[in-house]
Design a protein around this ligand. Structure first.
Ligand code: ATP
Length: 362
């Protein structure tokens, strides 16, 4: 008999497939995680449009506290269903996790696995290897604003952009810390943090971001601190993505930039993301949404979700399992064992099967 109770070393992961293609790509991702034989306990949750339409529940009242208490990480598919036009369930579940669990850093790596996936000419995988760190709890997403004289010819709509000193400082510091701790795919160190804004027009919010960026960057003299206006950055991203290393920006610009950046990687079906608060239960989700037009057809690309799982396992310290997933996904892309959006002929399930089988042979 041990003098203390046995403690499970298994990482506890909540699985929330959600809506649309989330319900197709997440089962494939679970299959792939299982193939790595990672020491994890996976617990599914049915929070979704389906559930909301059935019993009016978006997420139970103690949902966020339970996730924070009982789980090491959360893997989410996507939310959004035409049958719930208000998108209330998506707001309460997804934005709820980001805001109420204070997952302030949305980390979106932008990596090209194979030249064939990039629409730009003459670009090699090593040329597209940067990360966007998006502020995840403030900005235009806080739902502050309102209508005045609604439904009259004099109607006015106000949408506030909220930027707190604390919020701006912690995301900028996160970006510098990330730069310090992470290497590029080829093993070379990350060396530059670029803050992007539209401070020439949005002078108050931009002014705060500029001041804080200058101050925090002084604490990291070994890292180059750069700045670009977001419109110029968009052009640069498609002219020469090699220019970027770590990009930090606000909630809205981060959302838009990472859809553009996903185009460099092979489309929305390839992009992974993590919603992180260091030391707290964090949430991982592919960048894509529920994609209603292609949902239920078994044609969605599962790689964004599968690569998101690799990111999550890395975050949980399961690095060799994460490496296996990344190696198998790379191999699949090279051998065109992919869905149609990447030029292959596999269906969602077959693509997931291929990756899982490849991993079990590694
Ligand atoms: P959200 O606002 O919720 O992020 P969105 O409106 O940006 O969603 P998505 O649902 O991400 O849009 O998808 C837009 C389109 O991109 C889809 O209709 C589909 O054509 C394509 N797409 C997105 N994800 C995938 C995927 N995993 N596989 C294949 N195509 C995809």
């Amino acid at each position: 008999m041990l003098p203390f109770p046995a403690v499970s070393q298994k990482k506890r992961i909540a699985i929330v497939p959600g809506d649309g293609i989330g319900r197709e790509v997440i089962p494939e991702t679970v299959k792939v995680i299982a193939a790595t034989k990672a020491s994890v306990d996976l617990t599914p949750f049915d929070w979704s449009a389906e559930r909301y339409l059935a019993d009016g529940v978006t997420i139970p009242p103690d949902g966020f506290a339970m996730l924070a208490r009982d789980f090491d990480a959360i893997l989410v598919g996507a939310f959004g269903d035409p049958r719930v036009p208000t998108n209330i369930h998506a707001k309460e579940i997804l934005l709820g996790m980001r805001f109420k669990m204070d997952l302030y850093a949305n980390v979106r790596p932008v990596r090209l696995l194979d030249s064939s996936l990039c629409p730009l000419k003459g670009i090699e995988p090593r040329d597209v290897d940067f990360v966007v760190i998006r502020e995840n709890t403030e900005g235009m997403y806080v739902d502050a604003g309102g209508f005045f004289k609604q439904h009259t010819p004099d109607e006015i709509a106000v949408q506030e952009d909220i930027n707190s000193r604390k919020g701006v400082e912690r995301i900028i510091r996160y970006a510098f810390d990330y730069c310090e701790r992470h290497t590029k795919q080829d093993g070379s160190p990350r060396q530059r943090v670029l803050m992007t804004d539209k401070a020439n027009v949005m002078t108050y919010a931009g002014g705060l971001w500029q001041r804080v960026f200058k101050e925090v960057s002084r604490e990291y003299p070994q890292i180059a601190a750069e700045h670009m206006y977001v419109d110029a950055l968009c052009m640069q991203m498609v002219r020469d993505p090699r220019a970027f290393d770590v990009i930090v920006t606000n909630n809205m610009f981060g959302d838009i930039l990472t859809d553009l950046a996903a185009g460099l990687q092979g489309g929305l079906g390839m992009a992974a993301s993590g919603n992180i608060h260091p030391g707290k239960t964090s949430m991982f989700e592919p960048v894509h949404g529920s994609a209603p037009p292609i949902a239920g057809k078994n044609i969605a690309n599962p790689f964004g979700a599968i690569l998101t799982a690799a990111m999550m396992l890395n975050h949980l310290g399961l690095n060799s399992e994460a490496e296996k997933i990344e190696a198998a996904a790379l191999e699949a892309v090279r051998q065109k064992k992919t869905t149609q959006d990447l030029g292959g002929s596999l269906r969602t399930k077959e693509a997931g099967d291929w990756v899982a089988e490849r991993i079990s042979k590694l």
